[in-house]
Design a protein around this ligand. Structure first.
Ligand code: TXE
Length: 508
């Protein structure tokens, strides 16, 4: 088994004893009196470092630094070509450091490092390249319908963005927030989750190596209640982008309301994965496994409610449960691991509590249902499948955010669509069918921001991403990011000399 020490040595890395923030192009010094949090490797439960918490004064300082950086114009007035060049160089550096970044992320988040290196780290680079391309072709608007005038609409950066990144896919999701805000000339203060600071700090240093002016991104660290709350309630930020849970989002929104700061939220989901009886059976089984067990189920787009048409249910359940039982659960540093641990111990306990509640609510357990203590002190949970006959169970209504899926049988298409929509969330939906009419009905009726038909999890960065209902506010996407992270300005110019009323001119 690969140990932490061996993995770190293989990469030639040294981890800091105390992780601190990064403000104005410099690491924040270690302050012996500051509060500290332990950071653990979820694969073994070992402490790998301590995290110094930034208090209100430290957060105020980071925001002031971002404001000064914005006003300096070093980034906000940089040419489009200069911003594109920095993003592209940074994307290349991220790709070149993929295994190192994957290790740093694996050490904190516990996601399988091979998956991180091959998919999520390249996603971070792709996000930067994508926005570099987009700002090269985006255009303003001109209106010429009003005789005698020309009206042009331009955009300028909103100012300082506060970015809250989650722990479940730190690099992939923080890089989207960074690319979406910085592309248009904003500066930002980024707060990673207190559980997963390392990979994001390294990515920021690579962006500066690529030419990003110091101070354009500042990183602050600490718990949500202290550091996060201080950032969300800062009077000197212009935008808030938050990816996380709905309960925290409500607190962030309340804090933001004090200063009417606009918010962009990417929250959770409880998405339906509908398998109709005419689906390509093998693809549906493969895809349904990917949809729930990717990222160990800690993913907002998880297909956590599988809805099966009665005729194929028995065969599907048999195949799905057999494959679930043979998933390779284990050390995320091991390249063959398919399902890693939960990202932190309190979350591991939260997922186990969901499982206990499902059992006591009467869901029938088909496999899993327990912690994998045989794998050591890491936060492992056996991939778990329940069968239910009531969509009102907490298992079907609450986001578990772990390797836990419910299966429910339906008889007709109307029932499937109504079960899919019977949720306060509306992030994504999956459907498997070879019938065009069924696919179209699904497309038209399911209340979700993104639908996948006969495929798992493919993402096109050109398209908007975000949720209906309690799954979020706003959308990720190029045009959508431009709308959120800029202020629009309409400028009306007279063409020639259109008449002006002559006030105060006395007529004789
Ligand atoms: O996330 P939180 P939690 C869902 C998932 C999970 C649940 C709770 O269902 O089980 O949310 O997860 C910061 N002011 N998702 O509790 O609290 C915090 O430090 C400002 C879905 O771990 O939402 C961290 O940086 N900030 C999801 C960030 O908020 C505060 C990703 C997210 O933490 C704060 C993660 C406060 N008062 C969880 N309190 C997705 N959409 O992908 C906390 N934070």
């Amino acid at each position: 088994m690969t140990t932490i020490d061996q993995a770190i040595a293989d990469q030639g890395l040294t981890l800091p004893d105390v992780i601190t923030g990064y403000v104005g192009g410099e690491s924040v010094p270690v302050e012996p009196r500051a509060n500290q949090h332990a950071v653990y490797f979820p694969g073994t439960g070992e402490q790998i470092a301590s995290l110094q918490e930034d208090d209100v004064a430290a957060v105020t300082n980071a925001v002031a630094c971002a404001r000064n950086s914005f006003k300096s114009g070093a980034w906000s007035n940089a040419s489009t070509a200069a911003r594109q060049a920095v993003f592209r160089r940074a994307a290349n550096l991220i790709r070149a450091h993929a295994t190192e970044l994957a290790l740093l992320e694996c050490l904190c988040a516990g996601l399988p490092s091979s998956h991180l290196a091959s998919r999520q780290v390249p996603r971070a680079a792709d996000n930067l390249d994508f926005f570099a391309d987009y700002i090269g072709v985006m255009a303003g608007e001109t209106f010429e319908q009003l005789p005698g005038y020309q009206t042009s609409v331009t955009r300028q950066p909103a100012g300082v963005a506060a970015l809250f990144a989650p722990w479940n896919a730190p690099l992939a999701l923080a890089s989207m927030q960074i690319a979406s805000s910085l592309a248009f000339g904003n500066t930002c203060v980024l707060k990673p989750s207190e559980y997963t600071p390392l990979s994001i700090l390294r990515m920021v240093s690579l962006m500066e190596e690529a030419g990003l002016p110091a101070g354009t991104i500042s990183v602050i660290n600490g718990s949500g209640g202290v550091t996060g709350a201080a950032l969300a309630s800062s009077p000197d930020i212009d935008r808030i982008a938050f990816t996380g849970g709905g309960a925290t989002a409500r607190q962030v929104m309340a804090a933001a309301s004090q200063h009417l700061t606009p918010v962009h939220f990417e929250l959770g989901g409880k998405s339906a994965n509908i398998v109709f009886d005419d689906a390509d059976f093998d693809r549906a089984v493969d895809g349904s496994l990917v949809n729930i067990f990717s990222n160990s189920g800690q993913i907002c787009i998880a297909g956590a409610r599988i809805l099966l048409q009665r005729d194929i249910a028995e065969r599907f359940i048999e195949a799905f449960v057999a494959r679930t039982q043979s998933l390779k659960v284990g050390n995320p540093l091991d390249p063959s691991t398919e399902v890693g641990p939960m990202a932190f111990k309190a979350h591991w306990q939260r997922v186990l509590d969901h499982i206990a509640r499902a059992r006591s609510d009467g869901a029938s357990l088909l496999c899993g249902g327990e912690a994998r203590v045989d794998l050591g002190d890491g936060y492992f949970i056996a991939p778990t499948v329940f069968q239910v006959d009531n969509n009102q169970l907490s298992l079907c209504q609450e986001e578990v955010f772990g390797p836990v899926v419910s299966i429910q049988i339906f008889d007709d298409d109307d029932e499937a669509l109504s079960l899919a929509n019977d949720s306060r969330f509306g992030l994504v939906g999956y459907c498997w069918t070879n019938s065009l009419a069924r696919a179209q009905a699904f497309q038209q009726q399911v209340e979700a921001g993104t639908l996948w038909i006969n495929t798992p999890l493919a993402r096109d960065l050109r398209a908007p991403f975000g949720g209906f209902k309690e799954s979020g506010i706003g959308r990720d996407g190029p045009r959508q990011a431009a709308e959120f992270f800029t202020e629009e300005k309409a400028t009306i110019t007279a063409l020639g000399t259109p008449p002006i009323r002559k006030l105060g001119e006395t007529s004789s």
